[in-house]
Design a protein around this ligand. Structure first.
Ligand code: ADP
Ligand code: MG
Length: 246
């Protein structure tokens, strides 16, 4: 991770899909093409993100254009920022500061197979949310209990969770996902495997907003998981980052 930039030259990127947006070699190139909130750019440099990694160069524009994405890129290549950055950019404002006509409540949901990974994703979100009143919730039994109140739920912008924990709250009527615009499956090879698949499918079905964007991220995607992913995504773009010597 410390030499993440040294890895760029070795990357070979293959994209597949209709109308793939051009990739952005720098974060500045993104600001020329998309309206990126200034606090988000400031938080990039504050946290030492000076140059996008390969998956970020390709994946961020795709997600900013609200396309569905299957992103396959090796461990340690910055997949987390690839989806967190566009989520914050697209949501624009935290629920608590939104006008009455703006969508309230959970608008982005990130699913992870383990608590530990969910925790890491939460930390990455906190880095990008500095200086704004974003409410990013790492879902647990304790937070689920604080969110049984609808007013409290409506202040939440982003939830990060393992599938089973979330399902308990959906089934008990203590969590609505109809306003979710961004759904991410991280470590999708595991999420689409038999252990989690039916749980994930139940959650995807509960995210019934017509403009829902879905994205899957993984270091590898075996044929079976890839087939399920492609069936789940709408008109997706597939990005595969590999190394030149493989
Ligand atoms: P992956 O999910 O692909 O395994 P992570 O998202 O966990 O990778 O990122 C790995 C490490 O690289 C993290 O410590 C993260 O903060 C760092 N990182 C991500 N993007 C960049 C970037 N553009 N520049 C510098 N460091 C980065
Ligand atoms: Mg990761």
């Amino acid at each position: 991770e410390s030499n993440i930039t040294e890895g760029y030259a070795k990357h070979r990127v293959v994209t597949k899909g209709f109308n793939v947006p051009p990739h952005a070699n720098t974060f500045d190139a993104l600001t020329n093409r998309y309206r990126i909130p200034s606090h988000l750019l400031a938080n990039l440099s504050t946290n030492g993100y000076t140059q996008p990694t390969s998956i970020q160069s390709y994946g961020i524009p795709i997600l900013l254009e609200h396309r569905d994405l299957a992103a396959i890129s090796p461990t340690g290549t910055g997949k987390t920022l690839t989806y967190t950055f566009p989520i914050f950019s697209s949501l624009g404002n935290p629920s608590t500061t939104a006008n009455s006509d703006a969508g309230l409540g959970v608008r982005a949901l990130i699913l992870s197979p383990t608590r530990e990974l969910a925790h890491q994703i939460h930390n990455e979100c906190l880095k990008l949310s500095q200086g704004r009143k974003w409410k990013v919730v790492l879902f647990s039994k304790a937070t689920a209990n604080t969110l049984t109140d609808k007013k409290a739920r409506d202040k939440v912008d982003i939830i990060i969770s393992t599938p089973l924990r979330l399902i308990a709250s959906i089934r008990s009527g203590h969590l609505e996902l109809e306003n979710v615009r961004h759904l991410v499956l991280d470590e999708a090879d595991r999420m689409l495997d038999s252990e989690f698949l039916s749980q994930v499918q139940e959650i995807v079905a509960a995210c019934n907003h017509p403009k829902l964007q879905k994205a899957v991220f993984s270091a590898t995607l075996p044929a079976n998981a890839e087939k399920i992913a492609m069936g789940m995504l709408n008109n997706p773009i597939r990005v595969v980052v590999g190394t030149k010597d493989t």
